[in-house]
Write a protein that binds this ligand. Structure first.
Ligand SMILES: Cc1cc2nc3c(=O)[nH]c(=O)nc-3n(C[C@H](O)[C@H](O)[C@H](O)COP(=O)(O)O)c2cc1C
Length: 191
C-alpha cells in the first residue's frame, strides 16, 4: 500500500495493457473499496457489471466506434483532440478499450436522486484503489453514448432499473505514461 497522496498524484489514465488477466479477488477488492465512497442519503445506489470476455469487449468497442464517429466528424474542425480521436477510431482494429482485460461498468439505480454523482465517486475510489495495487485504469467516456441505449445495456447484462454511469477499464499497465499538463485551477477565495 502506498501513501494516499502519492497514489492520487501518480494515477494515470492507462491506454496500453499487458496481456495478463486480473485475478477475480483483486477485482472484488476494487469493488469493495468502491463501496466505501460517499453517497447521497447513504443510498449506495451502485451496481457493477464486470465484463472479462475479450470478444464481448471488442464487440462493444465496434458498436461504440460506429456511434462516436459521426459526432466527432462534426467536431473535428473546431477541436484538435476530437480530430485526433476521430483518426484513432477510424484506424482498422482500433479498440476504445485499449485491449484491457476487464471492463467494469458502474451502474446507478435510477430511483436514487444522486446516483450519477455517487457512482462517479465510486469510480474514482476504484481507480485509486487500483493504483494502490499496481493496476492501471481509465474511464472510457467514448462508450457512454452507446450505453445510453437501454436495450443494449440490458443485453450486455445490466439489471433492470439501472442506468450506466462509469465505464472503467482495468489491467496491468504497459509502461508509465507522462502526466498530461495540469492547469492552475481558478480559485475564488472569500474570507
Ligand atoms: C468522464 C471521463 C471520460 C473519459 N473518456 C475517455 C475516453 O473515452 N478515452 C480515453 O482514452 N480517455 C478518457 N478519459 C481519460 C482522460 O482523457 C484522462 O483522465 C485525462 O487526459 C487526464 O489524464 P490522467 O488521467 O492520466 O491524469 C476520460 C476521463 C473522464 C473523467
Amino acid at each position: 500500500m502506498k501513501d494516499i497522496i502519492e497514489i492520487i498524484k501518480s494515477r494515470r489514465c492507462i491506454r496500453e495493457y499487458l496481456d495478463k488477466e486480473i485475478p477475480d479477488e483483486d477485482i472484488k477488492f476494487l469493488i469493495d473499496c468502491a463501496g466505501y465512497a460517499p453517497s447521497g442519503l447513504n443510498m449506495q445506489p451502485w451496481a457493477f457489471l464486470v465484463i472479462q470476455n475479450k470478444d464481448k469487449i471488442l464487440k462493444l468497442s465496434e458498436t461504440c466506434k460506429k456511434s462516436m464517429i459521426p459526432i466527432l466528424e462534426g467536431m473535428k474542425n473546431t477541436s484538435k483532440t476530437a480530430g485526433d480521436f476521430l483518426a484513432f477510431l477510424k484506424k482498422e482494429g482500433s479498440d476504445i478499450f485499449y485491449g484491457a482485460p476487464v471492463l467494469v461498468i458502474i451502474l446507478g439505480n435510477r430511483n436514487a436522486p444522486t446516483a450519477v454523482y455517487d457512482c462517479a465517486m465510486a469510480a474514482q475510489t476504484m481507480m485509486l484503489a487500483a493504483q494502490s495495487i499496481g493496476i492501471g485504469s481509465c474511464w472510457i467516456g467514448a462508450a457512454q453514448r452507446t450505453l445510453m441505449d437501454e436495450k443494449l445495456l440490458r443485453e450486455i447484462g445490466a439489471p433492470q432499473g439501472y442506468i450506466h454511469v462509469a465505464p472503467l477499464i482495468f489491467g496491468y499497465p504497459k509502461g508509465k505514461p507522462e502526466i498530461p499538463e495540469r492547469r492552475e485551477p481558478e480559485v475564488v477565495w472569500i474570507k
